[in-house]
Design a protein around this ligand. Structure first.
Ligand code: ADP
Length: 738
């Protein structure tokens, strides 16, 4: 309400300068700020350009009179009190002005006291009006329905919001505007009526029909109003359409329900905690997995009690990080049931954020017992296969099918090829082969990679440059990331050697058969020839010739017999059927006999066969025939291979334990590479020049006989110079001698 101060501006419109001045002076004295207009037109113009708190308006002014200006003020809704100034004869016009809305009037000459009272009243009424206008504008524009009824509920006032959704007829009772049926949870109209009648404040939500028939939710506050000192004479009701918020609330409830139902369907525990870490929600799986009841949860279960003490700090750290930096770190924990049994789980959590920041956590627990078990089995299987891979005695190499670079190898592979793992990883499959064989080996590798794997016999070269015969079998397999070649390398050096030995054996046996046949045929033909001549020409032949023939036949028969003996002997040895009739004997006697029998052959070849027996000669325990056989074979060989004019020296001596029987000749000798082989069956040194009779059995018979007597036989030979055979046989120990 404007007070009488400089800010309260009053417009004085009067054509009389005297009036303007007089009134202005009074105004100033009263503390108001006067503004003057000398006519109606100026007054209208000032009203349009400035704002005033009151208007003093002369009724009679030329051009535009006070009534015209008042009409302008009323029509344009200016909210300022208008006080008319009239002359003494203007009473009819004054009445007209008051009817039009003027607040009061003053008569000329204007009395200062009356002006003061009229202005004061005008200002206070104007303020009141402004308040009423504001209130009614507020009520009119309020989105909340406002209704005023009498104390029986008859509507006396309803604002537009109410009438927008309800037919608010005055004279109609408020409770009749309430939809009431059985669907309503409470008897609402009764509640309303009771609230109205009781004169107490009531508020509540209820369902109602809108004017258009739509169902809506409303919130109402009903309170009694005391008017003109009479308490409870009226009822003020506020009603608000809360259908939207109700719908939102219901949608929220529905979505909450949906979340809970879905969470209950999950086989994994789902939980929520409050800001202090106490469990506030768990789905069904949570209760069944951990063994707690809803009641216990309500009493308070702290989330940390599900974790092992050593995991708690890691968990807390993870949660803190999550609040600031989102999901980080490992989620794997051992969680414990109520009965103390633990199981491995992945625990995923997320902060529950509200307006004031984090309000706790929600999360899900995934039991990974089975996953862990299959991981363990996978690890075990992998280890098993790795151990197997490493334990395989063949070298295994795995190479990338695309690049040919080696990617894996087993222990034997490393050992076989001689590379370190670092060196291996830099190698190409082709690097494992000698240069000449590389192209073929790489071609084989490529073929194997397409699955057309066969086998390959080739040679590899080791890091040390050694070539080894190998048999390769291969396979190609595809993993998730690459295709590779697996080669199994088997060292076939031994097998090759055996193959060579077998073919050598076959060759030697064939040689033997033809040699034996030849050896047999020669004396046999000689015998046949001489016996035939004897039979045909016995009468013509003189006795001397006949005797000579018979002697030749005898010698050849003996040779034949010896040969057959050799073959039989070796076959007996091979089949293990030889039995030695050992007895104490003087080896010098046996050897001397042999030398004597061979003397003829030595003389025939003009070889000097010498025997030297060193004293004292000890006895041995041996089979005499076998010892003779040994001497015949060794001395016989010396005579056979030594050239005419050569010397064969036979020596017999003893050392502390053994009899030493040596035969030395100065014949062609034995090549160093054959020295080892001459004791093998059927082996004969291949020599150029005149063929020498023999079966390749003599020395192998010697070796077997000497071994059967616990002795040894050695040979030393210098080609084209000398050959010495030395046989050692154990001496018969004196106490054992018979
Ligand atoms: P063979 O019936 O061929 O004599 P042996 O087993 O007695 O069979 O001898 C095997 C081979 O050893 C002979 O073929 C010969 O080449 C060689 N050999 C044995 N003794 C001598 C020797 N004193 N001088 C040279 N070579 C010998």
């Amino acid at each position: 309400m404007p007070q009488s101060d400089d800010h309260t501006t009053v417009l004085i419109a009067d054509d009389s300068e005297l009036v303007r001045k007089t009134v202005s002076r009074i105004m100033s004295r009263l503390g108001y700020h006067p503004v003057t207009a000398s006519g109606g037109i100026e007054a209208v113009s000032l009203l349009q350009s400035s704002s005033f708190d009151a208007l003093l308006l002369d009724i009679s002014m030329p051009e535009k009179g006070g009534i015209d200006v008042l009409r302008f003020v009323m029509e344009n809704g200016y909210a300022l009190p208008v006080i008319m100034i009239s002359g003494s004869g203007d009473i009819g016009q004054v009445v007209q002005c008051l009817k039009m809305g003027a607040y009061d009037y003053l008569t000329k000459p204007v009395d200062a006291h009356r002006l003061q009272i009229v202005l004061k009243n005008a200002f206070s009424e104007s303020a009141l009006r402004r308040k009423v206008r504001l209130l009614s504008a507020a009520v009119d524009q309020s989105p909340v329905a406002v209704v005023i009824t009498d104390n029986r509920g008859y509507i006396e006032y309803a604002n537009p919001s109410f009438t927008a959704f309800r037919s608010a007829l005055t004279g109609c009772r408020l409770q009749e505007n309430i939809f009431d049926d059985d669907a309503q949870p409470e008897n609402l109209s009764v509640k309303f009526r009771n609230a109205i009648v009781s004169g107490k404040v009531w508020q509540g939500d209820y369902c109602n029909h809108k004017r258009n028939g739509e169902l809506s939710w409303e919130h109402a506050i009903i309170s009694p109003v005391a008017s003109q000192g009479e308490s409870g004479s009226h009822i003020l009701a506020f009603m608000q359409d809360i259908t939207e918020s109700r719908k939102n609330q219901e949608a929220l409830l529905k979505s909450n329900r949906r979340f809970r139902e879905l969470a209950d369907l999950l086989p994994q525990p789902v939980f929520e905690t409050d800001g202090k870490g106490f469990i506030t929600y768990s789905n069904r799986a949570g209760f069944s997995t951990f063994g707690y009841s809803r009641k216990e949860m309500k009493r308070g279960i702290h989330a940390l009690q599900f974790f092992a003490p050593e995991d708690k700090s890691r968990l807390m750290h993870g949660l803190r990080m999550k609040k600031t930096a989102g999901p980080l770190g490992t989620h794997e924990f051992t969680v414990f049931r109520r009965d103390g049994a633990g199981f491995p789980a992945l625990v995923y959590t997320a902060p529950i954020t509200g307006r004031k920041g984090s309000r706790g956590f929600r999360g899900i627990v995934v039991d990974i017992t089975e996953l862990k078990e299959s991981e363990r089995m996978l690890r075990e299987n992998r280890k098993k296969y790795l151990d197997l891979f490493q334990a395989i005695p063949d070298a295994i190499i795995v190479a990338d099918a695309e690049s040919g670079v080696l990617v894996e190898w087993n222990r034997q592979g490393q050992f076989f090829f001689g590379y370190t793992p670092e060196e291996f990883s830099r190698l190409h499959i082709g690097d494992l082969y000698p240069e000449q064989l590389r192209e073929a080996a790489v071609a084989y590798f490529k073929k194997a990679c397409t699955g057309q794997a066969g086998t390959l016999e080739t040679q590899i070269v080791t890091r040390q440059g050694i070539r080894i015969d190998v048999h390769i079998s291969s396979a190609a397999f595809t993993t998730e990331h690459f295709r590779c070649f697996v080669g199994i390398f088997r060292d076939i050096t031994q097998q090759k050697r055996s193959d060579r030995l077998v073919s050598e054996n076959i060759r030697m046996k064939n040689d033997f058969i033809s040699t034996v046949s030849h050896e047999l045929r020669t004396p046999l033909f000689s015998i046949l020839g001489f016996t035939g001549t004897l039979l045909r020409e016995q009468d013509e032949l003189d006795r001397e010739t006949r005797m000579e023939f018979i002697s030749i036949i005898h010698d050849e028969s003996k040779r034949l017999s010896a040969l057959i003996e050799d073959v039989l002997m070796i076959s007996r040895i091979d089949s293990g059927r030889v039995s030695y009739k050992k007895s104490e004997l003087d080896p010098s006697i046996t050897v001397s006999e042999v030398c004597r029998s061979l003397k003829i052959r030595a003389d025939e070849k003009n070889i000097d066969l010498r025997l030297r027996v060193c004293a004292p000669m000890e006895h041995i325990f041996a089979d005499q025939d076998s010892l003779k056989q040994v001497a015949i074979n060794i001395i016989g060989n010396a005579l056979k291979f030594t050239y005419s004019g050569g010397v064969v020296q036979v020596r017999l001596s003893c050392d502390a334990r053994s009899l030493l029987f040596s035969v030395e000749d100065n014949g062609p000798g034995i090549p160093a590479e054959d020295i080892e082989k001459i004791f093998e069956k059927f082996f004969r040194v291949e020599r150029s020049g005149e063929a020498v009779d023999g079966t390749g059995l003599g020395l192998s018979i010697v070796k077997e006989i000497v071994a059967a007597h616990d002795g040894t036989v050695e040979v030393k030979s210098i080609p084209n110079q000398s050959t010495v055979f030395l046989v050692r046989l154990p001496l018969l120990m004196k106490p054992c001698r018979k």
